[in-house]
Design a protein around this ligand. Structure first.
Ligand SMILES: Nc1nc2c(ncn2[C@@H]2O[C@H](COP(=O)(O)OP(=O)(O)O)[C@@H](O)[C@H]2O)c(=O)[nH]1
Ligand SMILES: [Mg+2]
Length: 146
């Protein structure tokens, strides 16, 4: 099975999203290193926030069929550099997390994500309400299966 790597800022909701994709709802603990779980690679938020780690992310991405850029719907800034998607030669897609949150602003999240991912699919999700999780899972399964 191919793999998918999940990247995004510290506390963007990456690990919780991964748990939700596996049907789990307990809180996630802080991710300190690359974590391989079945067909998903979880990454520490520092890897997306600190340019010192970009090489490591890009190197790891070569093991994957797709890279998922995560944007937290409650944040008012983009933690990826502009055009970050271009560093990844494989398929890239976007996921907005926490759309259930009272402070979520989905339009803002999409436009922030578009600065780093000008094209490609964007999925709107909430691990808390499970909205959008099944649809994302189906798409990712399609990517990793062949
Ligand atoms: N409201 C809400 N909070 C979430 C959701 N997903 C994650 N969180 C919260 O966001 C925080 C960071 O989540 P985590 O998955 O550890 O982020 P990571 O650092 O990107 O792995 C935690 O307090 C989560 O409970 C969601 O769908 N809705
Ligand atoms: Mg994490």
């Amino acid at each position: 099975m191919k793999k998918v790597m999940i990247i995004g800022a510290v506390r963007a909701g990456k690990s919780t999203l991964i748990k939700a994709l596996f049907g789990e709802s307990e809180p996630s603990t802080k991710t300190q290193s690359l974590i391989y779980r079945d067909w998903i690679i979880d990454t520490p938020g520092e890897y997306s926030e600190n340019p010192l780690y970009y090489r490591s992310l890009i190197a790891t991405s070569h093991e994957t069929a797709a890279v998922v850029l995560v944007q937290d719907a409650t944040r008012n800034r983009n933690y990826f550099p502009p055009g970050f998607e271009q560093g990844f030669p494989m398929l890239t897609l976007g996921v907005v997390t926490k759309i259930d949150h009272p402070k979520a602003d989905i339009d803002r999240a999409i436009s922030l994500l578009r600065q780093s991912l000008p094209e490609g699919e964007i999925f709107l999700t909430s691990a808390a309400s499970t909205e959008g999780i099944q649809k994302l899972k189906e798409r990712l399964m399609e990517i990793v299966k062949d």
